[in-house]
Design a protein around this ligand. Structure first.
Ligand code: 4NP
Length: 156
């Protein structure tokens, strides 16, 4: 059985690609890449097909984490394909809640709800202020908490 995880932000070029890359790296290091699949998407369509923002690519490169993904927009069928859909902020969560098809069993949550010790619930958008290092620290905390939760929940 494969657990499928989708990270979602607005543009799919800054926060959710970073979460995807960091979480996949963590999954690989834990030897669980056969059991957990990871992807990311944006609620908006402006950047579809683009590479991640340079700020995200730079911070990942500095930490030795590979990322080759291209931006895509969330689709309705993602709600049937993924077990977990994790929103980076409250706007993303509300947009996703409006898209959920009836009967979907997806676990939709804020990413940082898996890091309850972190004092913020939203991953701030670095598009305007360039604080990619701060985003990286939050993403690390969220990814560690999420992996722990999935391991426990799915016996991995
Ligand atoms: P992201 O950041 O949602 O973390 O990928 C943004 C990227 C692009 C825009 C806003 C946020 N934009 O307005 O184009």
């Amino acid at each position: 059985m494969t657990v499928r995880v989708l990270f979602v932000c607005l543009g799919n070029i800054c926060r959710s690609p970073m979460a995807e890359a960091v979480f996949r790296h963590m999954v690989d290091e834990a030897g669980l890449s056969h059991a957990i699949e990871v992807d990311s998407a944006g609620t908006g369509s402006w950047h579809v097909g683009e590479r991640a923002h340079r700020g995200t690519r730079d911070v990942l490169a500095r930490h030795g984490i590979p990322y080759e993904g291209r931006a895509r927009q969330v689709q309705r069928d993602d709600f049937g394909r993924f077990d977990y859909i994790l929103a980076m902020d409250d706007d993303n969560l509300h947009d996703l809640e409006r898209m959920i098809p009836p009967g979907s069993t997806v676990k939709l949550a804020r990413f940082l709800d898996f890091a309850p010790h972190v004092p913020v619930r939203e991953v701030p958008d670095p598009w305007y202020d360039g604080r990619f290092d701060e985003v990286y620290e939050l993403v690390q905390q969220g990814a560690a908490g999420l992996l722990e939760h999935i391991r426990r929940e799915h016996g991995l």
